[in-house]
Design a protein. Structure first.
Length: 66
């Protein structure tokens, strides 16, 4: 199960980046137009999606723990 982490709202020192790095990040919300233009991964990268599927299938089912 994936771990859900809280988004960091303010700079905290000693986390692997500087205050300048934190201030330089610009990540605005997506606009409605950008959302409309989004396409599924498999549509944008069909060859890569097929390769990923092959790799996952080659691993087989996980062994059952008893």
């Amino acid at each position: 199960m994936a771990v859900k982490r809280e988004l960091q709202k303010a700079f905290q020192p000693d986390r692997g980046y500087t205050r300048e790095d934190w201030d330089a990040v610009d990540n605005p919300e997506l606009t409605d137009d950008e959302m409309r233009q989004m396409r599924p991964f498999r549509e944008v990268f069909p060859e890569l999606a097929r390769e990923i599927d092959k790799e996952i299938a080659a691993r087989g089912r996980p062994t059952r723990r008893t």
